[in-house]
Ligand binder design. Sequence first.
Ligand code: PGA
Length: 254
Amino acid sequence: MRKIYLAGNWKMNKTFQEADDFLYELGEYLEEKTLRNVEAIICPPFPYLELVTDMAEELPLSCGAQNVSEYKSGAYTGEISAEMLSSMEVEYCITGHSERRNIFGESNSVVNAKIKQLQEHFIIPILCIGEKLEERDAGKTDEVVLSQLQGSLKDIKIDGNLFIAYEPVWAIGTGKTATPQQAQEVHKLIREWLRENYGEDVAADIPILYGGSVKPGNLKELLREADIDGGLIGGASLEIEGYIKMLEIAGNLK
Ligand code: PGA
Protein backbone atom coordinates (compact mmCIF):
# COMPACT_ATOMS: atom_id res chain seq x y z
CA MET A 1 0.00 0.00 0.00
CA ARG A 2 1.31 3.45 -0.87
CA LYS A 3 2.20 5.89 1.87
CA ILE A 4 0.23 9.07 2.44
CA TYR A 5 1.81 12.26 3.77
CA LEU A 6 -0.16 14.93 5.59
CA ALA A 7 2.00 18.01 6.01
CA GLY A 8 0.54 20.79 8.14
CA ASN A 9 1.84 24.20 7.08
CA TRP A 10 1.08 26.48 9.99
CA LYS A 11 2.38 29.57 8.16
CA MET A 12 2.69 32.62 10.50
CA ASN A 13 0.15 31.42 13.06
CA LYS A 14 0.02 30.39 16.73
CA THR A 15 1.64 31.67 19.91
CA PHE A 16 4.15 29.43 21.66
CA GLN A 17 1.44 28.28 24.08
CA GLU A 18 -0.98 27.48 21.27
CA ALA A 19 1.70 25.50 19.45
CA ASP A 20 2.53 23.61 22.63
CA ASP A 21 -1.15 22.80 23.31
CA PHE A 22 -1.69 21.53 19.76
CA LEU A 23 1.40 19.33 19.93
CA TYR A 24 0.48 17.96 23.34
CA GLU A 25 -2.85 16.76 21.97
CA LEU A 26 -1.28 15.44 18.80
CA GLY A 27 1.27 13.56 20.93
CA GLU A 28 -1.48 11.93 22.97
CA TYR A 29 -3.21 10.83 19.78
CA LEU A 30 -0.05 9.46 18.18
CA GLU A 31 0.90 7.55 21.33
CA GLU A 32 -2.41 5.79 21.35
CA LYS A 33 -2.98 5.19 17.70
CA THR A 34 -0.77 3.30 15.27
CA LEU A 35 -0.85 5.07 11.95
CA ARG A 36 -0.12 2.70 9.14
CA ASN A 37 0.89 4.15 5.80
CA VAL A 38 0.38 7.72 6.97
CA GLU A 39 3.15 10.14 7.87
CA ALA A 40 2.29 13.22 9.91
CA ILE A 41 4.55 16.19 9.17
CA ILE A 42 4.23 19.47 11.06
CA CYS A 43 5.81 22.61 9.62
CA PRO A 44 5.69 25.21 12.41
CA PRO A 45 7.20 28.69 12.42
CA PHE A 46 10.98 28.64 13.10
CA PRO A 47 10.81 29.42 16.86
CA TYR A 48 8.72 26.31 17.50
CA LEU A 49 10.77 23.82 15.47
CA GLU A 50 12.32 22.28 18.56
CA LEU A 51 8.92 21.52 20.05
CA VAL A 52 8.25 19.34 17.02
CA THR A 53 11.72 17.80 16.64
CA ASP A 54 11.70 16.82 20.34
CA MET A 55 8.39 15.02 19.86
CA ALA A 56 9.59 13.45 16.65
CA GLU A 57 12.29 11.59 18.61
CA GLU A 58 9.64 9.58 20.45
CA LEU A 59 6.65 9.54 18.14
CA PRO A 60 5.84 8.82 14.49
CA LEU A 61 5.94 12.47 13.53
CA SER A 62 8.23 14.46 11.26
CA CYS A 63 9.27 18.08 11.39
CA GLY A 64 9.43 20.46 8.45
CA ALA A 65 10.56 24.08 8.24
CA GLN A 66 8.64 26.60 6.17
CA ASN A 67 11.64 28.31 4.62
CA VAL A 68 15.44 28.31 4.44
CA SER A 69 18.11 30.73 3.32
CA GLU A 70 19.56 30.43 -0.16
CA TYR A 71 22.96 31.21 1.43
CA LYS A 72 25.25 28.92 3.31
CA SER A 73 26.20 31.00 6.37
CA GLY A 74 27.53 34.38 7.41
CA ALA A 75 26.32 37.97 7.47
CA TYR A 76 22.69 37.51 6.47
CA THR A 77 20.75 39.00 9.39
CA GLY A 78 17.46 37.24 9.99
CA GLU A 79 18.18 34.25 7.77
CA ILE A 80 18.12 30.58 8.78
CA SER A 81 20.52 28.19 7.06
CA ALA A 82 20.03 24.60 5.98
CA GLU A 83 22.89 23.64 8.26
CA MET A 84 21.02 25.10 11.26
CA LEU A 85 17.89 23.17 10.34
CA SER A 86 19.85 19.98 9.90
CA SER A 87 21.57 20.45 13.27
CA MET A 88 18.07 20.50 14.80
CA GLU A 89 17.06 17.25 13.05
CA VAL A 90 14.56 18.98 10.78
CA GLU A 91 13.71 16.50 8.03
CA TYR A 92 11.73 18.54 5.51
CA CYS A 93 11.57 22.12 4.28
CA ILE A 94 8.92 23.84 2.18
CA THR A 95 10.45 25.76 -0.74
CA GLY A 96 8.89 27.86 -3.47
CA HIS A 97 5.58 28.32 -1.69
CA SER A 98 3.40 30.72 -3.67
CA GLU A 99 3.37 33.15 -0.73
CA ARG A 100 7.17 33.28 -0.86
CA ARG A 101 7.11 33.63 -4.64
CA ASN A 102 4.37 36.27 -4.76
CA ILE A 103 4.78 38.29 -1.55
CA PHE A 104 8.55 38.02 -1.15
CA GLY A 105 9.47 37.90 -4.83
CA GLU A 106 11.25 34.53 -4.79
CA SER A 107 12.22 33.49 -8.28
CA ASN A 108 12.83 29.98 -9.56
CA SER A 109 16.55 30.60 -9.31
CA VAL A 110 16.29 31.51 -5.61
CA VAL A 111 14.19 28.39 -5.05
CA ASN A 112 16.84 26.42 -6.93
CA ALA A 113 19.60 27.77 -4.64
CA LYS A 114 17.53 26.88 -1.56
CA ILE A 115 16.99 23.32 -2.77
CA LYS A 116 20.74 22.96 -3.33
CA GLN A 117 21.42 24.13 0.24
CA LEU A 118 18.86 21.67 1.60
CA GLN A 119 20.29 18.80 -0.41
CA GLU A 120 23.76 19.45 0.96
CA HIS A 121 22.33 18.91 4.42
CA PHE A 122 20.08 15.97 3.58
CA ILE A 123 16.85 17.83 4.25
CA ILE A 124 14.03 16.87 1.92
CA PRO A 125 12.66 19.88 0.03
CA ILE A 126 8.91 20.10 -0.45
CA LEU A 127 8.91 22.05 -3.69
CA CYS A 128 5.68 23.98 -4.26
CA ILE A 129 4.48 24.86 -7.73
CA GLY A 130 1.15 26.05 -9.06
CA GLU A 131 -0.59 28.44 -11.39
CA LYS A 132 -2.55 31.62 -10.66
CA LEU A 133 -6.20 31.93 -11.63
CA GLU A 134 -5.52 34.11 -14.67
CA GLU A 135 -2.94 31.59 -15.88
CA ARG A 136 -5.43 28.73 -15.55
CA ASP A 137 -8.12 30.77 -17.32
CA ALA A 138 -5.68 31.50 -20.14
CA GLY A 139 -5.01 27.75 -20.55
CA LYS A 140 -1.45 28.14 -19.30
CA THR A 141 -1.52 25.77 -16.30
CA ASP A 142 0.76 23.12 -17.84
CA GLU A 143 3.22 25.69 -19.15
CA VAL A 144 3.50 27.46 -15.78
CA VAL A 145 3.87 24.26 -13.78
CA LEU A 146 6.50 22.82 -16.11
CA SER A 147 8.52 26.00 -16.20
CA GLN A 148 8.50 26.19 -12.37
CA LEU A 149 9.68 22.58 -12.24
CA GLN A 150 12.42 23.20 -14.80
CA GLY A 151 13.61 26.43 -13.20
CA SER A 152 13.49 25.25 -9.60
CA LEU A 153 15.22 21.93 -10.29
CA LYS A 154 17.79 23.16 -12.82
CA ASP A 155 21.08 21.23 -12.53
CA ILE A 156 19.83 19.33 -9.51
CA LYS A 157 20.34 15.58 -9.22
CA ILE A 158 17.34 13.85 -7.77
CA ASP A 159 17.49 10.35 -6.38
CA GLY A 160 14.13 10.38 -4.66
CA ASN A 161 14.91 12.91 -1.94
CA LEU A 162 12.28 15.39 -3.01
CA PHE A 163 8.59 16.04 -2.46
CA ILE A 164 6.54 18.14 -4.82
CA ALA A 165 3.41 20.00 -3.78
CA TYR A 166 1.01 21.11 -6.48
CA GLU A 167 -0.75 24.14 -5.05
CA PRO A 168 -2.92 26.10 -7.47
CA VAL A 169 -2.64 29.66 -6.16
CA TRP A 170 -6.37 30.28 -6.64
CA ALA A 171 -7.16 27.45 -4.22
CA ILE A 172 -4.88 28.53 -1.36
CA GLY A 173 -6.75 29.89 1.63
CA THR A 174 -9.76 30.66 -0.54
CA GLY A 175 -11.98 27.70 0.30
CA LYS A 176 -11.94 26.80 -3.42
CA THR A 177 -10.33 23.42 -3.90
CA ALA A 178 -9.32 22.05 -7.26
CA THR A 179 -11.60 19.14 -8.08
CA PRO A 180 -9.90 15.77 -7.65
CA GLN A 181 -9.85 15.49 -11.46
CA GLN A 182 -8.27 18.91 -11.96
CA ALA A 183 -5.62 18.08 -9.37
CA GLN A 184 -4.98 14.60 -10.79
CA GLU A 185 -4.45 16.02 -14.31
CA VAL A 186 -1.64 18.25 -13.07
CA HIS A 187 -0.18 15.59 -10.76
CA LYS A 188 -0.01 13.23 -13.73
CA LEU A 189 1.75 15.87 -15.79
CA ILE A 190 4.28 16.38 -12.98
CA ARG A 191 4.83 12.62 -12.67
CA GLU A 192 5.44 12.36 -16.43
CA TRP A 193 7.92 15.21 -16.31
CA LEU A 194 9.76 13.48 -13.47
CA ARG A 195 9.80 10.24 -15.46
CA GLU A 196 11.25 11.94 -18.53
CA ASN A 197 13.90 13.74 -16.53
CA TYR A 198 14.84 11.32 -13.78
CA GLY A 199 13.56 7.93 -14.90
CA GLU A 200 10.78 5.57 -13.92
CA ASP A 201 11.97 4.59 -10.42
CA VAL A 202 12.62 8.11 -9.17
CA ALA A 203 9.32 9.35 -10.62
CA ALA A 204 7.44 6.59 -8.84
CA ASP A 205 9.22 7.35 -5.55
CA ILE A 206 8.64 11.10 -5.35
CA PRO A 207 5.51 11.95 -3.36
CA ILE A 208 3.34 14.60 -5.02
CA LEU A 209 1.15 16.38 -2.48
CA TYR A 210 -1.86 18.52 -3.29
CA GLY A 211 -2.36 21.82 -1.47
CA GLY A 212 -5.11 24.42 -1.57
CA SER A 213 -8.06 24.40 0.84
CA VAL A 214 -7.64 20.74 1.77
CA LYS A 215 -9.91 19.91 4.71
CA PRO A 216 -11.53 16.86 6.30
CA GLY A 217 -14.48 17.20 3.93
CA ASN A 218 -12.53 16.91 0.68
CA LEU A 219 -9.40 14.94 1.61
CA LYS A 220 -10.73 11.47 0.89
CA GLU A 221 -11.78 12.25 -2.67
CA LEU A 222 -8.42 13.85 -3.41
CA LEU A 223 -6.47 10.91 -2.00
CA ARG A 224 -8.38 8.49 -4.19
CA GLU A 225 -6.60 9.86 -7.25
CA ALA A 226 -3.70 7.79 -8.52
CA ASP A 227 -1.02 10.48 -8.39
CA ILE A 228 -2.04 12.33 -5.22
CA ASP A 229 0.16 11.10 -2.37
CA GLY A 230 -1.02 13.42 0.37
CA GLY A 231 -1.72 17.02 1.26
CA LEU A 232 0.10 20.21 2.16
CA ILE A 233 -2.50 21.70 4.44
CA GLY A 234 -2.63 25.27 5.70
CA GLY A 235 -5.78 26.55 7.44
CA ALA A 236 -7.24 23.13 8.24
CA SER A 237 -4.02 22.00 9.96
CA LEU A 238 -4.28 24.69 12.63
CA GLU A 239 -7.04 23.04 14.63
CA ILE A 240 -6.02 19.82 16.30
CA GLU A 241 -9.46 18.19 15.84
CA GLY A 242 -9.38 18.78 12.08
CA TYR A 243 -5.79 17.59 11.70
CA ILE A 244 -6.48 14.39 13.65
CA LYS A 245 -9.61 13.83 11.58
CA MET A 246 -7.51 14.02 8.42
CA LEU A 247 -4.98 11.54 9.84
CA GLU A 248 -7.90 9.19 10.51
CA ILE A 249 -9.30 9.61 7.00
CA ALA A 250 -5.91 8.90 5.43
CA GLY A 251 -5.34 5.96 7.76
CA ASN A 252 -8.67 4.38 6.86
CA LEU A 253 -8.26 4.75 3.13
CA LYS A 254 -8.59 1.50 1.24
P1 PGA B 1 -4.62 26.26 2.68
O1 PGA B 1 -3.05 26.50 2.43
O2 PGA B 1 -4.81 24.82 3.04
O3 PGA B 1 -4.98 27.20 3.81
O4 PGA B 1 -5.32 26.60 1.40
C1 PGA B 1 -2.27 25.53 1.80
C2 PGA B 1 -0.86 26.04 1.63
O5 PGA B 1 -0.68 27.21 1.33
O6 PGA B 1 0.12 25.28 1.79
